[in-house]
Design a binder for this molecule. Sequence first.
Ligand code: DC
Length: 219
Amino acid sequence: MIVTIDGPAGSGKSSAARLLAARLGFDYLDTGAMYRAVALALTRRGVDFADLPAVEAVLAGVQIEMPPGHVFLNGEDVSGAIRSPGVSQGASKVAVIPAVRRFLAAAQRRVATGRSIVCEGRDQGTVVFPDAGCKFFLTADPRVRAERRYHELVVKGETVTLHDVLTAQEERDARDASRELGPMHPADDAVIVDTTHLTTDAVLARLEEVVRRCPTART
Ligand code: DC
């Protein structure tokens, strides 16, 4: 069975997806990490994202592996490197490129084949797994989302202001929601959860309750 969790940055979907997967005994796929890895690969090679032949040439050599808790790009552990604010913006920019979306959607379907898995991203319930057994779209007030992200970055030792985080978030949300292919929006059959006033535990309890009521939840 596939459970999809889509939504914007800071909506709490990563923690919820990871914890829900653990609670259900499912695998977990963070598809944002895949876009981040591709952005890092292109940036390191100095590729202009508008140069499609160059983007495709790099994609042909990209291998992403994601054992629990880690992301490897062509054998190198890039788990920390892909979380910088620069890579966040880069990931949102490469996510507009159809060749990148096709490449990663195919990889995501390969990973999920034959597994019970929670897949988290922007287009999981709408494009990649339209037949998923259970779909969620998490959302939250933009200022609260920015505050969550700001605290995460401060804990990691980044020098940022809340204003910068909010501005970058608005830019990324607008790009993610307006692109032609796989724009971020809830699937028609997704359960929408507003996490603005919910703790992680409360979000998790709500998601688990819905999944356990899904007809395919025991497969
Ligand atoms: O979830 P995240 O912040 O790690 O995602 C980084 C970027 O990747 C996000 O701004 C848009 C893109 N993305 C996407 O387009 N589709 C997905 N399924 C996951 C992420």
